[in-house]
Design a protein around this ligand. Structure first.
Ligand SMILES: [Zn+2]
Ligand SMILES: [Zn+2]
Length: 137
């Protein structure tokens, strides 16, 4: 496995497809629940207010919204817009109409295209490897 720097805490960790290390993933899961609970209790609060109350970045909330993990309540003052037509939406990137159209297109594309082969690293260059040494003195 490959060692990478965690996007959030900058620690090195074993990369397994997620840009965050295990403790940050756990931490963000906790934050996600807090944000969801906060929005549930305070549906009319704005995005900055939520960020301040829970201690997350607006980008985190936007990501959860576009991922469809976080869903805004009716009457929420946080407004998301459909990337295609600009209609107000409560989660994801597209409104139901555009999503429906996209789904049809994806279906057509899926019929034509074969699923992509999983990518395999060609070879590991030994000389390109970093040697990390911690020296105590
Ligand atoms: Zn981390
Ligand atoms: Zn739309």
């Amino acid at each position: 496995m490959e060692a990478r720097q965690c996007r959030r805490c900058k620690k090195l960790f074993q990369f397994a497809g997620n840009p965050l290390c295990h403790s940050c993933v756990k931490e963000m899961d906790k934050k996600f629940n807090e944000v969801r609970d906060y929005l549930y209790d305070n549906p009319d609060s704005g995005i900055e207010e939520v960020c301040e109350a829970v201690g997350v970045e607006t980008a985190d909330i936007h990501r959860w919204l576009t991922e469809g993990r976080l869903i805004l309540a009716h009457g929420s003052s946080i407004v998301m817009h459909c990337e295609k037509c600009g209609a107000p939406i409560q989660t994801g990137k597209l409104c139901d109409q555009c999503l429906g159209k996209l789904h049809n297109k994806l279906q057509e594309a899926a019929d034509i295209l074969k699923p992509p082969e999983p990518k395999k690293p060609l070879s590991i260059k030994e000389e390109g490897r970093m040697h990390l040494e911690i020296r105590k003195k």
